[in-house]
Ligand binder design. Structure first.
Ligand SMILES: O=C(O)C[C@H](O)C(=O)O
Ligand code: SF4
Length: 510
């Protein structure tokens, strides 16, 4: 079992740090299709760089290493209790070594277990098979894209598409809408797994199971193969693009499965996965516990830059350098589309922080300051100094109820996150003189590299990801997507993509 545990540890590290070739190929294709120099092309270039950095650094591709979910096939008679124990030990070790973020939080008290162990975590499913080896598959699906999962109950009235009945065309409308509703918030471009039928629980399980299919496989059911091809084509015409910046690629993969349902129920369940599509598997010798082979590796190295056109000259897009303390005048001069480089001090703050700040004072002067929606992976060295191991942005919209008030209360000028924020924040930016910067979601190595020093930390009681980290950064690049003049790229893309979605209301699959 010791060797089995080592093998599972290797699988966890591989899954978290090294994106499989089929996913890499999908990213290259997206890069090739994007027009040179656009926001989406630049973001995809950062994503490609981040994928390479994660592999080289053997560090998490994205700081949110998700809900570890294992699918295990065992020979008849194998001891599953021992295996479960070994898997849990491997998870704990990977967390301690900074390969996974401590992601298991008590839902009632908010306490982070710190080990990734707790009621319900990790998820481990066993199944027997009549083979001699053990197969362990693992998916690390982050919380932001999990939040963009959606389940439809047919018949339904679908925004932009009208009536969806209990037939193939109704299913088509649900799937197309699922991509639209995710916008850039699940770190598009994404992959979707779709489960047709089942009940609410088994439907979602089927959807997630589809994510274990290879990106380039073809569905054995001709109707579903046609549907997958249709969705890939039409979803990529919605213009949502990488991170919701607009662009040619919104969806990187679509896999659909079907199972029986009850006469009264008809669910279409969609599991949305970000571009940081971390799933891997290993075939393990049941006798020795050693890895015999990998499930999602084909031996071919994928060049993430192959056939990608490079801009002839530096883009004319305005690049502005900001350094704490930032004045209202500097902020008012910024417009949607500007690239901002932050040097100097910034502070992380996410869900627990924003709620708490509504009725508490802050231990740090935030006047003219920068708040980064981020829950990093942190490691302490032997001398007690903290280091950032992964630090990409988290989905900002969760802070919508608080953000405008918090900015005004503490004089914050810059908020960095991803996926954009809503009308309340936009109004707040206008009134107070603030700006929202969209960083590249999932680019956790790229941003960790910008952190030159961890100055300190407050609110450790919120748990490592939720604590307020004070970071010295250099060359931290992000794009203005909401400015102090009432402009929001997110609102624009949402509107134009809804218009495009509405063009598909007519019956296609009769
Ligand atoms: O929790 C995080 O760090 C990010 C999350 O996965 C998100 O996409 O919002
Ligand atoms: S931050 Fe983005 S890339 Fe990372 S887990 Fe969340 S959705 Fe995925």
């Amino acid at each position: 079992m010791e060797q089995f545990k080592d093998s599972v540890y290797k699988l966890i590290v591989e899954t978290s740090t090294n994106l499989p070739p089929d996913v890499r190929r999908a990213v290259v294709k997206a890069r090739q299709n994007e027009s040179v120099g656009t926001r989406s092309a630049l973001s995809l270039a950062t994503i490609a760089q981040n994928i390479e950095m994660a592999e080289t650094n053997v560090s998490p591709i994205c700081q949110d290493t998700g809900m570890p979910t294992f699918e295990v096939h065992t020979p008849v008679g194998a001891n599953q209790i021992e295996m479960k124990k070994a898997i849990r030990e491997a998870i704990e070790l990977a967390t301690k070594n900074g390969k996974l973020r401590s992601n298991s939080v008590d839902s009632l008290t908010g306490e982070n277990s710190g080990t990734n162990l707790g009621p319900g975590t990790p998820v481990i499913h066993f199944d027997q098979w009549e083979k001699d080896d053990i197969e362990v598959k693992l998916i690390l699906k982050g919380g932001g894209c999990e939040n963009k999962n959606i389940q439809y109950s047919l018949p339904a009235e679908i925004e932009g598409l009208g009536k969806a009945g209990r037939d193939l065309d109704g299913i088509r409308k649900c799937i197309l809408h699922s991509v639209y509703q995710a916008q850039g918030q699940g770190c598009s471009a994404g992959f979707i797994g779709v489960g047709i039928g089942g009940d609410r629980t088994s439907g979602y399980a089927l959807a997630k199971e589809q994510l274990f299919r290879k990106v380039n496989d073809v569905n054995s059911n001709p109707d579903l193969a046609k549907m997958e091809a249709y969705i890939m084509e039409k979803a990529n015409e919605l213009g949502i693009g990488t991170m919701g910046f607009g662009g040619e690629t919104t969806l990187l993969g679509c896999k659909i499965g079907s199972m029986n349902r009850l006469p009264a129920s008809f669910y279409v369940s969609v599991a949305y996965n970000c571009w940081a599509f971390r799933r891997q598997g290993a075939l393990i010798d049941a006798q020795t516990g050693e890895i015999k082979g990998w499930l999602y590796k084909d031996g071919e190295a994928v060049d993430l830059h192959a056939g990608v056109q490079q801009p002839e000259q530096q883009e004319k897009r305005r690049e502005v350098v900001l350094q704490y303390p930032i004045s209202e005048e500097q902020i008012r001069s910024l417009k949607v589309g500007d690239v901002v480089i932050i040097n100097g001090l910034m502070h992380t703050g996410r869900d627990a922080f924003h709620k708490y700040m509504m009725d508490h004072d802050c231990p740090i002067d935030l006047n003219g300051g920068v708040i980064y929606h981020c829950g990093p992976v942190m490691l302490k060295d032997d001398s007690g100094e903290w280091h950032v191991k992964a630090a990409g942005p988290t989905t900002s919209i969760r802070e919508e109820p608080y953000q405008a008030d918090i900015m005004k209360k503490f004089g914050i000028r810059v908020v960095i996150g991803k996926g954009g924020m809503g009308p309340k924040t936009l109004k707040g930016l206008q009134e107070h003189g603030g700006v929202y910067l969209n960083a590249i979601g999932g680019a956790a190595q790229y941003y960790a590299d910008c952190v030159k020093k961890v100055e300190g930390v407050d609110y450790m009681e919120f748990g490592l990801p939720e604590a307020m980290w004070h970071l010295q950064v250099e060359g931290f690049a992000a794009i203005v997507t909401m400015d102090s003049h009432g402009n929001s790229l997110h609102a624009d893309v949402e509107k134009s993509s809804l218009e495009k979605l509405s063009q598909h209301a007519e019956v296609v699959f009769s």
